[in-house]
Design a protein around this ligand. Structure first.
Ligand code: ATP
Ligand code: BTN
Length: 259
């Protein structure tokens, strides 16, 4: 992967500028700094290796060189998109999952920010915002995908099982092809951000639908219930053991299959 190859492969997509790094701390950090400056909508930061890749709440995301996709896309939301920013993580997850489904894989979205293949994590998403006063100016969508076998960290370092696209397909794939598919999906889904159609697609690919899960809510215990669907803002809906519907909002929450 290099800047020229990327530019050539992504030339047909309506992107802003592209920055490529052989190695960087975190593409989200590069993108946040760029977004706070003059980055255009749909500008892209890609790295072959991340030395300080982040998940939510500063948990680590591993991106060894030569094997994984790590990139961050800068969105400058339009006034029409601003009421729907809580759906952007779903837009991103669908953009990763739909092309995998088109490859014949049964990709599922583990709410709120992971994509699973065979119940193992193949991709993670970290969305972060740049504010201007009380308004969101930019959203950075950071996506990490395990492409080749060597990208999957040792299980001992993880709290949830991981896999790679090569493991699931039984053959290696070109990283740039996967990147192009994800970005093309995002370009075509973005105009649906405000629609029920987007929410239906997101719900259809939700992992554990109809199954019991446990959601740990950082420091406040956990909720157990059956996944029933999503609220309009993208919050998760569960039917608790007492039969009542409960809403799990974004934040310090971790979802696990239960029993
Ligand atoms: P969880 O995955 O535990 O449900 P999460 O989706 O909220 O939680 P984060 O807390 O954002 O994930 O942190 C990322 C987590 O992903 C880390 O805790 C680590 O265990 C795991 N991880 C790191 N790198 C990879 C990778 N390349 N592939 C799969 N999982 C990874
Ligand atoms: C998660 O699983 O919780 C989210 C992981 C997000 C990882 C991606 S890799 C590209 C971008 N840069 C980062 O430091 N994080 C995101």
């Amino acid at each position: 992967m290099n800047q020229n190859e990327l530019k050539k492969s992504l030339a047909k997509l309506p992107l802003g500028e592209i920055k490529y790094f052989d190695s960087t701390g975190s593409t989200n950090d590069e993108a946040l700094a760029w977004a706070a400056g003059d980055a255009k909508d749909m500008s892209l930061v890609v790295a072959d290796e991340q030395t300080a890749g982040r998940g939510r709440l500063d948990r680590k995301w591993f991106t060894p060189p030569g094997t994984a996709l790590a990139f961050s896309l800068i969105l400058r939301p339009t006034p029409n998109e601003k009421p729907y920013l809580s759906r952007i993580v779903g837009l991103a997850a669908l953009s990763v999952a739909e092309p995998l489904v088109r490859r014949g894989l049964s990709a599922r979205i583990k709410w709120p920010n992971d994509v699973l293949l065979n119940e193992c994590k193949v991709a993670g998403i970290l969305t972060e915002s740049v504010w201007s006063g009380d308004q969101v100016d930019c959203v950075v969508i950071g996506i990490g995908v395990n492409i080749l076998k060597g990208s999957t960290p040792l299980q001992a370092r993880l709290e949830f099982p991981a896999t790679s696209l090569e493991d699931a397909l039984g053959q290696p794939v070109e990283r740039v092809e996967v990147l192009r598919d994800i970005l093309a999906a995002l370009v075509s889904l973005r105009p649906q951000l405000h629609t029920d159609k987007l929410m239906t697609k997101w719900e259809e690919l939700l992992a554990y639908r109809g199954r019991q899960v446990q959601v740990e809510t950082g420091g406040h215990g956990s909720i157990t219930g059956m996944v029933t669907g999503l609220e309009r803002d993208g919050s998760l809906q569960l039917r608790a053991e007492d039969g009542k519907l409960r809403t799990v909002r974004f934040g310090d929450v971790r979802l696990r299959p239960f029993a």
